[in-house]
Design a protein around this ligand. Structure first.
Ligand code: BGC
Length: 244
């Protein structure tokens, strides 16, 4: 099946056609800068432009950087505050005339990595963390996704964990990769204590520098960088739409 996958991010909105049978990208990815301010109307128009670019008709899978429950955005930690309580599925579907399935961005990446990336075929408990402006999380158990986990907002060191050890926190506090790795490791140890995953997959910006901090990670679980890189969210979102 060929499905259009879209990943909505803070700086770019990216789309590509995905072969949902083998997880490959068909043709080229198309990226448009996220409109500023990234209001629901402006983002819906940009998503529509991506769909038009591919001259695509059919179901669309879309990853979105907030807590999504039944297609509705419930939080807006790192996006425009006007998204809270917006029915994102309805908005994007009406704006484009196509059925758009919306899933949290980390869930999309986790699903993509589980099907075709670093977690491929894993039958145990896998936790994916995207480390960027915020921290997104996805938990997969026995090949099934437990959606909307939001572990970046676990209270840690007195505040949301993402404020302590996201990639943005590393830049804000001007930490070396080694120092940041030590910080991130504390968070991983906490997650391991709570959830005991067999494997952590690290995605997002910081995953590209994995070698610079992997020595600092002392959890028992296997820790690996994401394999599908920038495409995990697009592939996972498309596969999610294919299954709905
Ligand atoms: C949001 C999550 C999102 C993550 C990564 C967090 O601030 O609450 O929903 O997955 O950032 O974008």
């Amino acid at each position: 099946m060929q499905i259009l996958g879209i990943d909505i991010g803070g700086s770019g909105i990216k789309g590509a056609l995905v072969n949902t049978t083998d997880g490959t990208i068909i043709g080229k990815r198309h990226r448009i800068a996220t409109p500023q301010p990234a209001t629901p109307e402006a983002v819906a128009q940009t998503v529509n432009k991506i769909i038009k670019h591919f001259d695509y008709k059919g179901p669309v899978g879309c990853g979105f950087p907030a807590l999504i429950q039944h297609g509705i955005a419930k939080t807006a930690a790192n996006i425009d505050k006007t998204w809270v309580d917006i029915d994102v599925e309805k908005l994007l579907s009406e704006a484009s005339g196509q059925k758009v399935f919306v899933i949290n961005d980390a869930d999309a990446a986790g699903f993509g990595e589980l099907l075709f990336g670093a977690g491929n075929g894993h039958q145990g408990k896998v936790m994916l963390l995207t480390i960027g402006t915020g921290i997104g999380s996805a938990i997969m158990n026995k090949g099934e996704l437990l959606s909307s986990t939001e572990l970046g907002h676990l209270e840690f060191k007195g505040d949301s964990a993402e404020l302590y050890c996201s990639d943005a926190a590393r830049e804000r506090d001007e930490l070396s990769w080694e120092k940041w790795g030590k910080r991130f490791n504390k968070y991983l140890l906490y997650l391991e204590m709570l959830f005991s995953p067999d494997m952590f997959i690290l995605g997002g910006g910081a995953s590209k520098k994995f070698d610079k901090y992997s020595d600092q990670l002392t959890v028992n679980a296997k820790v690996v960088p994401a394999r599908l890189r920038n495409f995990a969210g697009i592939i996972g979102a498309a596969c999610y739409a294919a299954r709905n």
